[in-house]
Ligand binder design. Structure first.
Ligand code: NDP
Length: 318
């Protein structure tokens, strides 16, 4: 045969997924090669499928170096680092891992919301620092019955909203298109949503279409008693505006799982007791990561056997 169909692993992945790919297919780990350029030059034409994660995607240059590429399989639901329109124009389909991570991401968003409003992490630090013997911990903010705005009422946003119903929370939302079958109030802009709620939970898709969507004006609309939770992408929040808002007390607090330049966190956020900082762990449970790995693997298998993906993305990442 002219070539051996090869699966290209673009980035480090879950160890079980790496193992399964290596056992079942001719798999090359691009990031581990001493001379990746040479591989692409000499064997790029063998690659029929690429497996990657949102951190890396498949960039334009890599796409161009793989003339027989037919599938880009993303581990994770976000795929803004791959230009889907460009891939489609080259006859490449793209898949992600929707639904299987929704519950865990929503669980974490609600946990982060309660943490920042009730100041759980700050209270933990207070006890550990031995301050309990000399002072009472300052009063926090009630969660139950509050108004929470969901920015991006997709799979994860809806799962967050359903959970918050159990807290007697009044949910409202902002998405570009109205979501059918929900009774929540829809606000036309992020700013109006922020102005109408006590806490804003960001669950929109990342990418160019949502970059800086939560800007200084949105934070000011949330106001000095308002809390922000971001489990979407760091790019959605104007991070320097957020730093200013925290420093100047223009919002009450923030819980962040994602940042503009991970793993770098602005020192002003590290220094603030009103900010909960998480290392991008919203989907990071054993159960959910295993399900994501399994779904990514099944996409690869389906493509190699039938030429189609199991969970193709709906369209270009917005
Ligand atoms: P969905 O595609 O189901 O939901 C995305 C939502 O964003 C849609 O409701 C969409 O509605 C809305 N949206 C997109 N653009 C805008 C905009 N400009 N203004 C308002 N709303 C907008 O995706 P999921 O719920 O499955 O995932 C959401 C995101 O969560 C992922 O893209 C990913 O980036 C992030 N994520 C983060 C994780 C983490 O570890 N922290 C883990 C998993 C996901 P409409 O198109 O009508 O506007």
């Amino acid at each position: 045969p002219r070539t051996t169909p090869t699966v290209l692993q673009v980035s480090p992945l879950l160890p079980d997924l790496e193992r399964a790919l290596a056992e079942r297919h001719r798999t090359v780990r691009l990031h581990e090669l001493p001379d990746p350029e040479r591989f692409l030059r000499e064997r790029g034409g063998d690659v029929v499928a690429a497996v990657t994660s949102a951190r890396f995607g498949v960039g334009d240059e890599l796409m161009d170096a793989l003339p027989r590429l037919g599938a880009i399989v993303h581990f994770g639901v976000g795929y803004e680092t791959t230009d889907v329109a460009r891939a489609r124009a080259r006859g490449i389909d793209v898949s992600n891992t929707p639904d299987v991570l929704t519950d865990c991401v929503a669980d974490l968003a609600v946990g982060a919301l309660i943490d920042v409003m009730r100041r759980l992490s700050a209270a933990d630090r207070f006890v550990r620092a031995g301050e309990w013997s000399t002072a009472a911990f300052p009063l926090a903010t009630r969660v139950s019955g509050k108004r929470v705005g969901i920015l991006g009422l997709g799979r994860i946003g809806r799962a967050v909203a359903r959970r918050l119903e159990g807290f007697g929370v009044q949910v409202s939302y902002c998405s570009r298109t109205p979501v059918p079958g929900v009774a929540y109030r829809r606000l036309p802009t992020a700013r109006e949503l922020a102005g109408a709620c006590d806490a804003l939970v960001v669950t929109v898709a990342g990418g160019a279409g949502t970059e800086g969507l939560v800007d200084a004006a949105v934070l000011d609309a949330l106001g000095p008693r308002g809390h922000l939770v971001n489990v979407a992408r760091g790019s959605v929040v104007d991070e320097s505006a957020l730093v200013t808002a925290i420093e100047e007390g223009r919002i009450a607090g923030a819980a962040l799982d994602v940042f503009a330049d991970e793993p770098n966190v602005p020192s002003a956020l590290l220094d603030s007791d009103r900010v909960v900082l998480l290392p991008h762990i919203a989907s990071a449970t054993r159960e959910t990561r295993a399900a994501m790995g399994d779904l990514a693997l099944r996409n690869v298998e389906r493509f190699l056997t039938e030429g189609v993906l199991l969970t193709p993305v709906p369209g270009p990442a917005h």
